[in-house]
Design a protein around this ligand. Structure first.
Ligand code: FAD
Length: 401
C-alpha cells in the first residue's frame, strides 16, 4: 500500500487526507504542518473570529480525534525543510519520512513590509494565521488608531471589524482605488462608500513611506508627506505562494508550483494543490487563493493520487463579509471590457456583471445571493445572456438560463 505524505496542514492538506480515506486508501497517511494547530479555517480570521463572534473551537476543520479515527498521522509544529525526490523522503528536523506519493499543500505567506521602513516594529501585524490574530487581539480597543496598509479584501474585512469595535480606522491603498487588482471601479465604489459610511478614512493613490517608533510603532509617514499617529498597523498587501521546498527539490515553479490538470508537478510522484499550486485554466497558468479552490483541487488530486485520472476544472468563486454586506463572486473577471450593474429594489443590494465582448466572465454580487447563484450557473454552463437584458430590472433573471 502506498505511503502518502502531505506537506501543509491547512485547508487543502486536510481536504486531501480525508478524501484519501473516503476513497478507500488504506495505506499510511501523514499530514505535516508547521503551525501549532490542527487544520483550521482562515476566512473567519479577518471576520467573525477577529470580531469575537466565533469561538476558537469552531475554527477547526475537523475535531482533533478525527485524525486518529481515520488513522491519519498528524504531525504539527513541524516544518518540512527538504524533499529528496531520488530517495523519496522528506526531512522534518532530524527525522526523515518516506513517501510513495507526496502532496504539496503549503499554501502562501503574506508579503511583509520591509524592516527598513519599520516592518519589524512592535504593533505591526500580518493577517494570515491564528497566531497572528491571537497576537493582535488585545490591540482592538475602542478609540485606538489603527492603520491598515492595503485595500484588498483582507485589509477591508479587518477595517470593517476594527470600525465595528469603535476604533479609528485609516486604510491606505497605493493603487488608484481599493480592490483595483481584483474588481471593477463599480465594486470599488460600492465598498469605498460602505466603509466611509462607517467612518473609515480611505486614502487611495497613497502609499506608506515608513513606520516609526522606538520598539513599537507610533507614527506612519505616507507618500503624500502626511504623518499619522498610529497605535498599531495591519498589513494586507498580498501573498506569495510557499514554493521554496518544492523549488529546491527541482520541482518547476512558475507563479506557484507548476501542475498539470491532474495536479501532478514536473517531478514524478509529487503533486500540489491549493494556494501554492498553479494550473492550466482557459489557456493560461493561474493560481487561485480561495477556500473553494483549495477543497475542490485537493479532493480531485487525492483521487488522482489513487489513480483516478480526473482533470481539475476550476469553477472559481469567492466571498467576503464586511459589516452587514456579503459579497459573493462567481467566475474570474480577467480580460473584461464592460461591466453591467444590475440594480435591485433591496437597499444595498446590487450585482456587477463582467463581460469580455459578449462573453459573461464574472459576477460580483453584494447582498444579492440570487444574482450570484444565477450568474454562477450561467458562467459554469458557458452561457452569456445579453448584457442589456441583465441590466434591466424587468428581466426575470431565471429566464436568462
Ligand atoms: P493554507 O490554508 O495556508 O495551508 C497551508 C499550510 O501549510 C499552512 O499552515 C502553512 O503554514 C503550512 N506550510 C507551509 N510550508 C510548510 C512546510 N515547509 N512544512 C510544513 N508546513 C508548511 N478564501 C475564501 O474563499 N473566502 C474568504 O472569505 C477568505 N478569507 C480569508 C481571510 C484570511 C484572513 C486569509 C488569510 C485567507 C482567506 N481566504 C479566503 C483564503 C483561503 O483561506 C486560502 O485560499 C486557503 O486557506 C488556502 O488553503 P491552502 O491549504 O492552500 O493553504
Amino acid at each position: 500500500m502506498a505511503e502518502i505524505v502531505v506537506i501543509g496542514a491547512g485547508q487543502a492538506g486536510s481536504s486531501a487526507v480525508f478524501k484519501l480515506r473516503a476513497l478507500g486508501h488504506t495505506g499510511r497517511i501523514t499530514l505535516i504542518g508547521d503551525e501549532a494547530f490542527p487544520p483550521y479555517q482562515r476566512p473567519p480570521l479577518s471576520k467573525a473570529y477577529l470580531l469575537g463572534d466565533m469561538t476558537r473551537e469552531r475554527l477547526f476543520l475537523m475535531p482533533e480525534p478525527s485524525y486518529q479515527e481515520h488513522d491519519i498521522r498528524l504531525k504539527l509544529g513541524a516544518p518540512v525543510t527538504a524533499i529528496n525526490p531520488d530517495t523519496k523522503v522528506v526531512s522534518v528536523g532530524d527525522e526523515t519520512i518516506k513517501y510513495d506519493e507526496l502532496l504539496l499543500a503549503t499554501g502562501s505567506s503574506p508579503i511583509q513590509l520591509p524592516a527598513a521602513i519599520g516592518g519589524e516594529l512592535g504593533g505591526v501585524y500580518s493577517i494570515r494565521t491564528l497566531a497572528d490574530i491571537d497576537a493582535m487581539a488585545s490591540e482592538f480597543s475602542e478609540g485606538r488608531n489603527v492603520l491598515i496598509v492595503g485595500g484588498g479584501y483582507i485589509g477591508l474585512e479587518a477595517a470593517a471589524v476594527a470600525s465595528s469595535k469603535g476604533l479609528k480606522v485609516t486604510v491606505v491603498e497605493m493603487a488608484d482605488r481599493i480592490l483595483q487588482r481584483v474588481a471593477a471601479p463599480e465594486t470599488s465604489d460600492y465598498f469605498r462608500t460602505l466603509h466611509q459610511n462607517h467612518g473609515v478614512d480611505i486614502r487611495e493613490g497613497i502609499g506608506l513611506s515608513r513606520l516609526s517608533g522606538t520598539e513599537r510603532v507610533t507614527h506612519a509617514e505616507l507618500s503624500d508627506g502626511q504623518v499619522l499617529d498610529v497605535d498599531f498597523v495591519l498589513v494586507g498587501i498580498g501573498i506569495r505562494p510557499n514554493t521554496d521546498i518544492a523549488g529546491t527539490a527541482g520541482v518547476a515553479v512558475q507563479n506557484g508550483i507548476e501542475t498539470n490538470t491532474f495536479g501532478q508537478t514536473t517531478v514524478p510522484n509529487i503533486w500540489a494543490a491549493g494556494d501554492c499550486a498553479s494550473f492550466p485554466f482557459a489557456g493560461q497558468m493561474i493560481r487561485l487563493e480561495s477556500v473553494p479552490n483549495a477543497i475542490d483541487q485537493a479532493e480531485i488530486v487525492a483521487g488522482n493520487i489513487l489513480g483516478a485520472k480526473t482533470e481539475y476544472i476550476a469553477k472559481p468563486w469567492f466571498w467576503s463579509d464586511q459589516y452587514d454586506v456579503k459579497l459573493q463572486i462567481a467566475g474570474l473577471n480577467t480580460g473584461y471590457d464592460n461591466v453591467v450593474a444590475r440594480p435591485s429594489d433591496r437597499p444595498g443590494s446590487v450585482s456587477h456583471w463582467y463581460y469580455g465582448g459578449d462573453t459573461l466572465l464574472a459576477v460580483d454580487a453584494m447582498n444579492a445571493p440570487r444574482e450570484f447563484m444565477i450568474g454562477r450557473r450561467l458562467i459554469e454552463a458557458g452561457k452569456s445572456p445579453i448584457a442589456t437584458a441583465v441590466g434591466d430590472l424587468s428581466t426575470d433573471l431565471k429566464s436568462l438560463m
